[in-house]
Design a protein around this ligand. Structure first.
Ligand code: RIB
Length: 276
């Protein structure tokens, strides 16, 4: 057909280039592309379906060989029109595709259990954007732990949209309204930075009066004060594995779909501490 690849070019779609998780991921994809002599193209979509469709169309006109997509918005009918191999990375979006991701539910469970282990009794989860698959999975993992457990005197869920400023705003309001909160599980690290800032401005001592745990393991979390405890994803491994899978798909044109799910790892830093 008109759109059938052979430009030796691979594209990666990310929803938010300003979030350091995505440059870390992109770096890994690029490295694998270089090894295999593919040109790497990065497209920032802002979670906008219009931008995604524009890029999909433009890339196919340029005979892109394959695409790795982090998306929450694309639908089956859009993917059906794409004639080159696609891999879903980090998020799924209701289309059956080969996928590389982490076990988000398990990681969220681990984060919440860790807060319990520290002795936190009144905790809150700051969740991601409504339509992202991992928002749901992380929320479920949180609920797996807090639901029907009398240990917890309260629990709250508010959306922070995976965004630092948005999270800082909602966390400030939440902590003002509920000063009894002693633990926060924020669904990504940039919101963890927002949480540390919010607490600081309210005069709440982290970790003495409030423990904060994030999710991602981006290097930004090592530079805050206090440094951010987190559930780390193997970001580089995820990016490089997705690129390898895509190149295999380009070469073999194998229609078998497979999902590779990596596990996450608790990284203990300064933003969490046992209740005194
Ligand atoms: O920080 C960005 C978030 O969006 C990450 O948690 C990642 O998993 C992505 O979906």
């Amino acid at each position: 057909s008109l759109f059938k690849g052979k430009s030796k070019m691979i594209a990666l779609f990310v929803p938010d280039i300003m979030n350091p998780f995505f440059p870390e991921l992109a770096r890994a994809v690029e490295d694998v592309c270089n090894v295999h002599h593919y040109t790497f193209v990065l497209c920032n979509t802002d979670n906008s379906i219009e931008k995604e469709l524009t890029y999909l169309n433009a890339l196919q006109q340029k005979s892109v060989d394959g695409i790795i997509i982090v998306s929450s918005t694309l639908k089956k009918e859009h993917i059906e029109e794409v004639t080159v191999p696609i891999i879903a990375l980090d998020r799924t979006f209701g289309v059956e595709l080969s996928t590389v991701k982490v076990n988000n539910r398990e990681g969220a469970r681990e984060a919440t259990e860790y807060l319990k282990l520290l002795g936190c009794q009144c905790i809150a989860h700051i969740s991601g954007p409504k339509n992202a698959s991992n928002t749901e999975e992380r929320k479920q993992g949180y609920l797996d732990v807090v639901k029907n457990d009398d240990w917890f005197s309260c629990n709250y869920i508010v959306s922070g949209n995976y965004n630092l400023q948005v999270a800082k705003g909602v966390i400030t309001k939440l902590l003002e309204r509920h000063p009894e909160i002693d633990g926060l599980f924020v669904a990504n690290d940039v919101m963890g930075v927002g949480a540390i800032k919010a607490a600081e401005e309210l005069g709440i001592n982290v970790p003495n009066n409030l423990s904060i745990i994030g999710f991602d393991g981006i290097s930004l979390g090592e530079t805050t004060s206090p440094t951010l405890t987190t559930i780390a994803q193997p970001i580089y491994k995820m990016g490089s594995r997705a690129a390898e899978m895509l190149i295999e798909l380009i070469i073999n044109n194998d229609s078998q779909k497979k999902t590779e799910e990596f596990s996450v790892q608790l990284v203990e830093r300064q933003s969490t501490r046992p209740r005194g």
